[in-house]
Design a protein around this ligand. Structure first.
Ligand code: APR
Length: 227
């Protein structure tokens, strides 16, 4: 049984109908990312930011995992798989993956604006006036630009331990997530799946210049056949 690490990004949710961040001329659902995904944006216009994530949360209830997600969940039958995702949706979990690390937070959780350890499950709209038990305003449990990525050290250790790494649906433009590939062992095989790959193949990196829905099942089939 191999240790397999998966680093996923917005592209793996694209075929489930969730827009990526950098495919739409730099806007995220028609918003400048810094307007809706930064502490400054939240301070400037909390109602706009809360509404933005309310729309994302409502949309999430209308989409389902695509075949890439299903294949990654299947891979757990053959190997020890850890998913490290930059995505805030729950499609990996809904597809059946059981070990998922959300580097950039989770859309279906909210947290206190004062005590960031106070985190609640939150599946409905989150509005001004929705407060934690200490009566402080709640915010989306999302890592916004400029904020710390609490799980990055855990993710780096998982990449260091991995015998094989699947990188799918990420432009590798946002650090520290994009820097995780540097932690790969010299003999770890890397499979990079993206229709517009931002990385070049070499003897360690195999590039599948195609969509996740076709590329991921191909890689999963190869890995499933390895002991
Ligand atoms: N299958 C696979 N990959 C795809 C598909 C698809 N069907 N469609 C698009 N892609 C690829 C694009 O080519 C691109 O390389 O997905 C990638 C999406 O890149 P981004 O939009 O930059 O998303 P991501 O890399 O996840 O962004 C990282 O940036 O805005 C922040 O916090 C946000 O987590 C996000 C981080």
């Amino acid at each position: 049984m191999m240790k397999i690490a998966v680093l996923s990004g917005a592209g793996v949710s694209a075929e489930s109908g969730i827009k990526t961040f950098r495919d739409g001329n730099g806007l995220w659902e028609n918003h400048d990312i810094m307007e809706v995904a930064s502490p400054e944006g939240f301070k400037r216009n909390p109602a706009l930011v809360l509404d933005f994530y309310n729309q994302r949360r409502r949309q999430l209830q209308t989409v389902t995992p695509n075949s890439a997600y299903i294949a990654l969940a299947e891979l757990e039958k053959y190997h020890d798989v850890t998913i490290i995702t930059q995505n805030v949706d729950d499609l990996h979990e809904r597809a059946g993956s059981t070990d998922v690390i959300h580097l950039h937070g989770e859309l279906l959780k909210a947290r206190s604006t004062v005590d960031e350890t106070l985190i609640l499950e939150w599946k409905d709209d989150l509005n001004i006036g929705d407060c934690c038990e200490n009566n402080h305003q709640l915010r989306p449990h999302i890592v916004w630009f400029g904020e710390m990525v609490p799980m990055i050290e855990v993710a780096a250790e998982i990449i260091e331990d991995a015998d094989a790494i699947i990188i799918v649906g990420t432009s590798m433009q946002v650090y520290p997530a994009a820097g995780l590939i540097q932690y790969a062992k010299p003999d770890a095989q890397v499979y990079f799946i993206d229709p517009n790959p931002s990385i070049n193949p070499n003897k360690k990196i195999t590039v599948y210049a195609e969509k996740a829905s076709t590329g991921v099942p191909k890689v999963v089939e190869i890995l499933a056949g390895m002991s």
